[in-house]
Design a protein. Structure first.
Length: 346
């Protein structure tokens, strides 16, 4: 049977993770006569009982494997880690807060079986989404389409199916340290099909995306796929230089040919303040791009795996990607059913 990996990033979801798994398992059970599923939970460590809940789920469901990262690397890197450890004929990504309905999975698989290499779920926001979030999301996608070099469908979510060929491209070729997966999925090309869905209200808890996190996410996406912000700085610089020259000529002409008193410190102060503010803005834009370059040049591991458990325990654990460094611990503290290794994800 075709093998499909289901990748679910998790962070501070102790209130909803068991409900999510029951919903996901019910959908997969209905397809188990045609496909062999592996459920891969990638957890950023959190102060709540999420890891304990995942451990209990792994003991009850033989299809479950859990990766616990060494620290919080973020949602996008958790998805990357899942892809790195995926070896199925297809990989499905969805969030574990039930806003991405598992009931959509059969439709994603159907399009894949019909020949699609990428099946991208597209969010259709309704009354369950706050007005401000709908407007800012729409603005971001419209801005990205104007500035970006790829086709990013408005409402594209991190809910998608990738064929084994596309997943291999992400594992072996697209190794960016600040990945913007929604843009990269459009960038790779291949045959893509879009499937609309309406996000559900969170069953419990609250979103882990703060406004600053969303802002950083948007800036990273824009700077990763477009040079237009830099070109905007160049154009604005030329415009201000031209206006400064014109203003200077007008001041000289006014001083020579008329009795009009040339303004003094007030006009000078406002002009210097304007130019200083614009320069700081330009430095910020340059800093965003330089920061992305620095991350790529340093080439640190994109994530570290602290623990892996589930899916038949150690016997069926895939070989790690990169160096394997045994963790130091007293023998009486080690649980043989939960092998403890540190895996480096490049």
């Amino acid at each position: 049977m075709p093998k499909i990996d289901v990748i679910c990033p998790v962070y501070r979801e102790e209130e909803v993770i068991e409900l999510f798994h029951r919903s996901l398992a019910a959908v997969l059970d209905g397809l188990s006569h045609r496909y062999a599923f592996r459920i891969l939970y990638v957890a950023d460590p959190s102060p709540d009982r999420t890891e304990a809940a995942l451990s209990a789920i792994a003991q009850q469901d033989a299809r479950v494997e859990v990766l616990v990262l060494s620290r919080r690397f973020g949602h996008q890197i958790a998805l990357v880690a899942g892809l790195d450890h995926s070896r199925g004929d297809a990989a499905i990504m969805l969030d574990s807060d039930l806003q991405h309905p598992p009931e959509l999975i059969p439709e994603l698989i159907e399009h894949w079986q019909a020949g699609a290499e990428i099946v991208q779920a597209v969010r259709r926001d309704g009354g369950e989404t706050a007005w401000l979030k709908r407007m800012t999301s729409r603005w971001f996608y419209e801005t990205f389409l104007r500035l970006g070099a790829v086709d990013l469908r408005s409402g594209a979510a991190d809910y998608r199916l990738l064929s084994a060929r596309v997943a291999a491209v992400f594992r072996e070729g697209l190794r960016e340290h600040n990945p913007f997966l929604r843009g990269l999925v459009g960038w790779v090309g291949y045959r893509i099909v879009y499937v609309p869905f309406t996000p559900q209200r969170r069953a419990s808890g609250r979103s882990k995306y703060r406004p600053t996190t969303l802002l950083n996410f948007a800036l990273n996406g824009l700077c990763s796929f477009s040079k237009l912000p830099l070109r905007f700085c160049i154009g604005t610089g030329f415009l201000l230089a031209g206006l400064s020259i014109l203003s200077g000529l007008l001041q000289v002409l006014a001083y020579v040919f008329s009795d009009y008193p040339v303004p003094g410190w007030a006009s000078l102060f406002s002009t210097v303040s304007l130019i200083g503010g614009v320069q700081l803005f330009f430095l910020g834009v340059l800093g965003e791009y330089i920061g992305l370059i620095v991350d790529e040049v340093k080439d640190r591991p994109r994530y570290l795996v602290d623990k892996r458990f589930g899916l038949g325990h150690a016997a069926n654990v895939h070989p790690p990607l990169g160096a394997v460094i045994p963790l130091t611990a007293r023998e009486d503290e080690l649980d043989e059913s939960r092998p403890q290794t540190a895996e480096v994800g490049r």
